[in-house]
Write a protein that binds this ligand. Structure first.
Ligand code: ZN
Length: 505
């Protein structure tokens, strides 16, 4: 009883203190006579960017059902009466749509060609049902709006859809292994708004090589409900995990990224490191622990080197997940997929895993923070990213690092580039194979920035990277803007012969 009295007294004292403090800190009540036409305005800050809110349910096999609420902000100068979305999963919907070269088919589909895609069930604009159509081999969703949108108008677009994920070693695909293990990649997996640039929507499809991502910076909240023995690794920050009987929900969110990706597996272990306040998490299969830790170590050094050279990575976390992706490593915003074969001997002891990890970390700046059209102008992000990879080897290991990188990637390729009809500024569809694309676009990037550095010096090069980032951060840049920006720096050492050498094919 004594306890109850003591407790009541404490509560009463706390309440009186609360009243006292409230009166002390509240502004004094001043009675004013309101004018009869005074109105109360509640200020509402409209969102600056699109906001994607997606809820996905995974069945533990190859199906995902999802609902997406998109807050669309018309950031164009024009009236918009149609919206267009990429439906990349439909590249797997039939044999004619699969974009790979013939010789890559067995690498993408080791157990034979397998199909998948995205089926749209329902679309609404601000609660009203809309009808839609598919174009460009079902890879573009065309959505006539119920009411046209003026500049800065905002609208809610609701889309429910179902994914059938193909058994493929790709950004969108899964593989099974062991008795009942499965690892699934979800890259380019939801309806993604196409970019509107210079009065046009960009409908480019995925090509047999290279990346297809070309999108605007947006904010994301994405939840995945999966059977409870699965883990979800994804873009952004893991805000919450909710366990309900035999399911678990992972809720991720992040602002100002270009695209949201994830992997799902019932065979993941994790390891983490923190560098400059950024938490890095490596997800790997337990049998590939050595590779999982190596990825973590390389990412830590790479973030440190690039933070200093380019400007700080602005997000709290970075995740790198072992996945099934036959071309190697794939960058997404604050998230990287790395192919499982790189985690295994003998690749782990060569520098294959290290080069790919450093390369994909560099893309966090050159692709994510500064976006570009990866189909028509792939050199903009791949050239600077591959130079950043060489820069990582040089800064981490000194001259021997530079020599080993050049010895493997550059010296063996220079003749090939010189004798090749393709130019580094060519669009993706002109390249005939991976070797030609890597040599002409990636390695020429290393040679370009190395030449730039030899002309203007290391200090100016670092200044160039930092001011380039400041100028185009969270935007998309094209080749013309890039060249204009470089010229605007007015480096005395750069005469017309430099521009002729690199920008004229
Ligand atoms: Zn790349």
């Amino acid at each position: 009883m004594k306890r109850v009295i003591a407790f009541t007294v404490i509560i009463m004292i706390m309440f009186s203190m609360f009243l006292l403090l409230k009166n002390t800190f509240s502004p004094p009540m001043v009675e004013t006579e309101a004018e009869p036409d005074d109105e109360v305005y509640i200020t509402f800050e409209p969102p600056e960017r699109h906001i994607y809110d997606i809820k996905a349910h995974y069945d533990g096999k190859n199906k995902i059902r999802a609902e997406m609420d998109l807050t669309y902000v018309n950031n164009t100068e024009n009236i918009i009466d149609n919206l267009y979305f990429h439906l990349y999963p439909n590249m797997f919907s039939s044999s004619e749509h699969i974009p790979f070269f013939k010789e890559d088919l067995y690498r993408a589909f080791p157990q034979g060609i397998n199909y998948g895609g995205i089926k749209i069930d329902e679309i609404k604009q601000d609660g009203k049902n809309l009808t839609w159509s598919l174009a460009e081999d079902d890879q573009i969703l065309e959505l006539p709006l119920d009411s046209p949108m003026g500049t800065k108008d905002i609208s809610n677009i609701y889309i429910s859809f179902e994914l059938t994920v193909p058994k493929a070693r790709f950004r969108f695909g899964y593989q099974t292994f062991g008795k009942d293990k499965i690892t699934m990649s979800l890259g380019n997996w939801y309806p993604i708004l196409t970019v509107y640039k210079d009065g046009k929507w960009c409908f480019d499809k995925h090509y047999a090589i290279g990346d297809c991502t070309y999108s605007d910076i947006s904010d994301y909240t994405v939840s995945f409900t999966v059977p409870k023995d699965f883990t979800v690794a994804a873009s952004g920050v893991l805000e919450k995990t909710l366990l309900q009987s035999n399911q678990v929900t992972f809720i991720y969110s992040i602002d100002q990224i270009r695209e949201f990706a994830a992997t799902i597996s019932n065979n993941y272990q994790t390891a983490t490191e923190v560098i400059d306040g950024i938490k890095i998490t490596s997800y790997f299969h337990p049998e590939d622990k050595r590779g999982g830790f190596m990825v973590l170590n390389v990412a830590k050094y790479a973030l440190d080197i690039f933070n200093k050279a380019f400007g700080k990575y602005p997000y709290p976390e970075l995740r790198i997940a072992e996945a099934n992706y036959y071309p190697g490593g794939m960058e997404f915003s604050t998230f990287i997929m790395m192919d499982t074969t790189k985690y295994k001997e003998p690749h782990i002891s060569s520098t294959s895993l290290e080069r790919s990890t450093a390369h994909e970390v560099a893309h966090q700046w050159w692709y994510n923070l500064i976006g570009s059209d990866q189909i028509n102008e792939p050199w903009i992000d791949e050239g600077i990213t591959e130079f950043s990879t060489a820069y990582y080897f040089e800064k981490r290991y000194g001259q021997p690092g530079r020599e080993s990188y050049f010895g493997r990637q550059v010296d063996t390729t220079v003749d090939f580039i010189e004798n090749n009809p393709r130019h580094m500024l060519d669009p993706l569809p002109l390249f005939k194979n991976h070797r030609e694309y890597f040599a002409v676009v990636y390695v020429s990037g290393v040679l370009f920035y190395d030449d730039l550095r030899s002309q203007i010096g290391e200090e100016n090069l670092v200044d160039f990277f930092q001011s380039y980032l400041e100028t185009f951060k969270y935007k998309n840049v094209n080749l013309k803007e890039f060249e204009e920006f470089l010229r605007s720096k007015k480096y005395e050492a750069l005469d017309e012969s430099f521009y002729d050498r690199w920008f004229n094919s």
